[in-house]
Design a binder for this molecule. Structure first.
Ligand SMILES: [Fe+2]
Length: 385
């Protein structure tokens, strides 16, 4: 013990939320000293029309810009490297990311490489980014990852087919512009899957060994908002529900950026790297399995989660109240019509040993209420098959 082990911190970017927030993208980039913007996005966001609108706001402030859109789900190391070359060649000085977690994580990776150099693989782990990165403005188009308010990026190592978690204050975006209008072009399936990512962030942050006074209220409120709005948002895409989900995503992001995550994410990351399974879907499948096992290590917290999901736990024993969180989660997944088994994604039982090796070493496992052994992780994967 060095005397500092018990210190806790809380980091957030500048957050501007509300209908029309994207309209100040140009002002924000300019305020951060930018003259030439690298706008990182993906083809789907371009197709939805949001990039044209964002570019209009950059032009209105007299900013030059170049668009980098070679971004895929589960973003790859070589895309980050390609984007960094574009940034350098075009002599950009600020990055604006418009999109879901993939463009935002790609933008963070680009920011690391253009200022810290070397290979993106060098930065896997905690606080290995030592040089300040270019200013980053994020404009999320999904309510799921919360990457716009976190000090975390996940990039796929294409050769090893594994996801690398990069964590550190240096990659916290400067400004997040959260405009719920942008969620209207998400498909219902994507709203459901990304919403389950948000719920998983909130639950894992709440039961994390690093959770504390400043993260818990955000985590619990995010769980309440998901329970209230997610099914409606996925079915009807009305602006009230989407607005609710945008706040849920924001608060879950704030909570997990500071309290980190847990076993669901540790097990989901190898599935993304190996099988390219959508991150939100992998979480939705694994969440009930992990909650069932995690519960005994934090009964009171799972009982609180059940209440946040609308369960009346009055008169229940602590064990029953905690178990009711699992029932509420399972019902939500059913209501959303999401897949519930890994076998639906052709996960090969022969790969489970390798997947378990990767999950055991994943940074997110360290803050789970209980650190599972490789054998126990293999059992978790089998239960989810
Ligand atoms: Fe996530």
């Amino acid at each position: 013990m060095n005397g500092y082990d018990s210190l806790q911190k809380f980091e957030v970017p500048e957050i501007i939320h509300g209908l029309g927030a994207m309209g100040i993208a140009g002002q924000c980039a300019k305020r951060l000293g930018g003259e030439r913007v690298l706008l990182v996005t993906d083809p789907g966001v371009i197709h939805a029309g949001w990039v044209d609108e964002a570019v209009g706001y950059l032009r209105a402030e007299g900013l030059k810009y170049v668009v980098y859109d070679n971004v895929v789900t589960n973003p790859r190391d070589f895309h980050v490297e390609e984007g960094a070359r574009v940034y350098e060649k075009q002599e950009c000085d600020v990055i604006v990311a418009v999109g879901g977690g993939s463009p935002i994580d790609t933008a963070k990776g680009i920011a690391i490489l253009v200022s810290n150099h070397g290979c993106i693989h060098d930065y896997e782990g905690c606080n290995l980014v030592t040089q300040p990165v270019p200013p980053l403005v994020c404009i999320p188009t999904t309510a799921g990852t919360g990457a716009d308010v976190t000090q975390m990026a996940v990039v796929t190592h294409s050769e090893k087919r594994m996801k690398m978690v990069i964590l550190g204050r240096a990659i916290m975006p400067e400004i997040s512009l959260i405009d719920p209008r942008l969620l209207q072009t998400e498909s219902s399936e994507l709203i459901a899957a990304t919403g389950m990512d948000t719920l998983t962030h909130a639950i894992e942050a709440y039961v994390s060994s690093l959770s504390w006074t400043l993260t818990d209220p955000h985590a619990i409120h995010a769980i309440e908002l998901v329970s209230e709005h997610l099914v409606h948002a996925a079915r009807y895409k009305d602006i009230k529900s989407l607005d609710g989900m945008s706040i849920a995503c924001l608060e879950a992001g704030i909570a997990f950026s500071n309290a980190i995550l847990g076993a669901v994410h540790a097990l989901a990351h190898p599935l993304g790297g190996f099988y390219d399974i959508h991150h939100g879907l992998a979480n939705a499948i694994l969440l009930p399995t992990v909650v069932r096992r995690n519960m005994e290590y934090s009964l009171d917290k799972y009982a609180r989660i059940a209440r946040a999901m609308g369960v009346d736990t009055n008169g229940m024993s602590l064990e029953t109240a905690a178990s009711s969180s699992l029932l509420a989660i399972t019902k939500l997944i059913e209501d959303l019509g999401l897949p519930s088994r890994l076998s639906e994604f052709n996960v090969n039982p022969d790969d489970i040993s390798l997947l378990a090796d990767l999950a055991k070493d994943d940074m997110c496992m360290r803050t789970n209420p209980y650190c599972y052994s490789k054998d126990e992780i293999e059992t978790l994967y089998r239960e989810a098959l």
